[in-house]
Design a protein around this ligand. Structure first.
Ligand code: AMP
Length: 397
């Protein structure tokens, strides 16, 4: 069976076609500027040149229509007819407390996705637009929702409740949910193989360090705790998100700067993090470069970024009562040689010792700990699309 994986954002649609007989990728693509003049589609079929198509696409249905046209194009398509697509897997950011696993989408599932609009206003509405568009164009195949939050649903109340009035949970479901679940899931299972132990016997700390960043502590095959919370704003310092701060800063700055809640949301989600602190960029490479050429604010931003990650490593070793491995993944985790080295520096008291030479790699699955390190240090390229395709195939076949 061939599976189409769809990740619909507010103005973009990422897609991938996979042949599940050997899990090969037949094509990947990105539709950009959906609903904005100047839309483009970049399509890369396996073994052929990339194709770029410019065409205004007023909405997600128009975007998906173009994707389907491209997939069956005799010149640069990857299938002969849409009948070859046996199922569609959709990335959905928020499944609330309703889903601890992927599900075949029906009206009830769509209602839950819609009910989560309030708590994931940037992600769930476009995710649902993508689902609606695909269902309209492919009514005869199964559509599966794979949730970013599902993997973290194993957390116990001690790890997901906030110490605010309980009614906030009862009334508004305010609790820690966690995100990047498919990525944490994928690399944790890969790590168990590298450790040569059953996944259920491993104590694992995953570091998904990309533009968005989160960590998870995993024990007995369950997520014990993860750093993102009610929304993806909590936890580590990110490209443009503050991560953990004293919540009183929010009210203080709303007063001082005359911000309403929407503006405050924007301030802490879009203007903070590495961008806000360094004043240079949200892209870690730019901040590293600026710091190397003497920019003090950039260096402070890096130090705050490393400090937060080190803190979570210690926190999670305590909560797991030990650890077999830490895993670096996503853009920074897979490629940031100096960043990984700085994070692991001076953690030998916790049993983490990096081999600086082995660490000089990018995007490879490898153990970069010294032979005598108590805790292994793995770099594992993530593959969220593969998790979505496998779940979709499993539910559709
Ligand atoms: P992602 O969100 O997973 O695509 O990751 C994007 C982030 O990866 C950006 O902040 C990039 O700066 C970062 N990144 C990519 N390559 C490197 C590198 N060689 N060193 C440090 N960060 C990198």
């Amino acid at each position: 069976m061939k599976v189409l994986v769809v990740n619909a954002g507010s103005s973009s649609i990422k897609y991938q076609v996979m042949d599940m007989t050997d899990e090969s990728v037949l094509a990947v693509g990105l539709v950009d500027r959906v609903g904005i003049p100047g839309s483009t589609l970049e399509h890369k079929p396996l073994g052929k040149d990339e194709v770029v198509i410019k065409k205004d696409l007023p909405d997600h249905t128009a975007g998906m229509e173009l994707v389907l046209e491209v997939l069956v194009n005799p010149e640069y398509g990857c299938i002969q007819s849409m009948d070859e697509i046996g199922a569609v897997g959709h990335r959905v950011v928020h499944g609330g407390e309703a889903f601890a696993a992927s599900v075949v989408i029906d009206d009830q599932v769509k209602k839950v996705i819609r009910d989560c609009f309030d708590i994931a206003p940037l992600h769930n509405p476009p995710n649902l637009m993508g689902i609606d568009a695909c269902q309209r164009l492919m009514p005869n195949v199964k559509h599966v929702a794979v949730f970013d939050t599902a993997f973290h649903q194993t957390m116990e109340p001690a790890h997901y409740m906030y110490a605010i009035p309980y009614e906030a949970y009862e009334k508004f479901r305010i609790r820690r949910y966690g995100f990047h679940g498919t990525s944490h899931y994928y690399v944790a299972h890969q790590a168990a193989e590298m450790l040569g132990k059953p996944y259920e016997d491993c104590k694992i700390i995953t570091l998904h360090l990309g533009n968005g960043a989160s960590m998870a502590a995993i024990k007995d095959g369950k997520v014990v705790e993860t750093s993102m919370g009610f929304t993806p704003l909590e936890g580590l310092v990110m490209g443009t998100r503050s991560g953990d701060i004293d919540p009183a800063i929010v009210f203080f700055l709303m007063d001082k700067l005359g911000m309403d809640s929407q503006e405050a949301n924007n301030y802490f989600n879009k203007k903070s993090g590495m961008l806000g602190l360094s004043g240079v960029s949200n892209d870690l490479r730019d901040v590293l470069e600026a710091a190397a050429s003497g920019n003090e604010r950039a260096q402070i931003a890096l130090d705050v970024y490393y400090n937060a990650i080190k803190g979570y490593i210690g926190n999670y070793i305590a909560k797991l009562n030990g650890c077999d491995c830490i895993i670096f993944t996503a853009g920074v985790g897979e490629n940031g040689i100096d960043t990984r080295a700085d994070i692991c520096a001076d953690l030998d008291a916790l049993g983490i010792k990096m081999d600086i030479e082995k660490n000089k790699v990018r995007g490879k699955k490898v153990d970069v700990a010294t032979a005598d390190s108590q805790i292994r240090i793995f770099i594992i390229p993530t593959n969220e699309e593969l998790v979505i395709a496998r779940d979709t195939y499993g539910l559709a076949k």
